[in-house]
Ligand binder design. Sequence first.
Ligand code: HEM
Length: 187
Amino acid sequence: MSTQPGNARYNWGAVGLHWAVAVLVICTFPLGLYMVGLSLSPLKLKLYSYHKWIGVSVFLLMWLRIGWRILRPPPPLPASMPRWERTVAGAAHGLLYLLLIAAPLSGWLFSSAEGFQTVYLGIIPLPDLLDKDKILADFLRFIHMMLTFTLGGVILLHAGAALKHYFLDRDQVLSRMIPWLKRGDST
Ligand code: HEM
């Protein structure tokens, strides 16, 4: 591994947690969109459960990720990146962390207010965070939709920026998070 500032890769824990969360969000977002359109059926109820379990997994993994990040801070960004881009990248990463906690939490709050307890993986009943309240549930459904759609937008920008670094800037930014990827040729 290079010791040049900005060339160091993320450690295995950070890489594993990043891709685990990415895969789970990529699964549960379209699942959420699909399941709401179904008419009431055993399939719909099953998909709601899967959606909630995946979402709760994201929520739990994010706390693990925050703890890991505190213990093992990420490597600095490449020196070749202009200052404005580092600032934008830092703000986008902060927003992603915030949304990846707030979006699943809003789903959990919404389910509680709807009066549907979440039973994680079908075996661990999670506490209802709110009492049943129809008006609050409708508001929280809207909040959940807003947060998850904002999350989707920020993820697209984040992925687009990573691809721009790989294909246009040809720097090390993407390969820091994909250990088997060939590094870019500029520093
Ligand atoms: C990162 C995690 C999550 C993402 C990306 C996500 C995404 C979504 C999306 C895109 C929808 C469809 C919104 C719409 O079109 O109305 C949805 C609906 C829903 N989500 Fe999530 N969600 C997440 C976590 C959770 C969690 C943790 C729970 C509950 C414990 C949950 C409960 C629900 C419920 C019950 C609905 C159906 C809303 C309705 O019936 O109108 N979600 N979610």
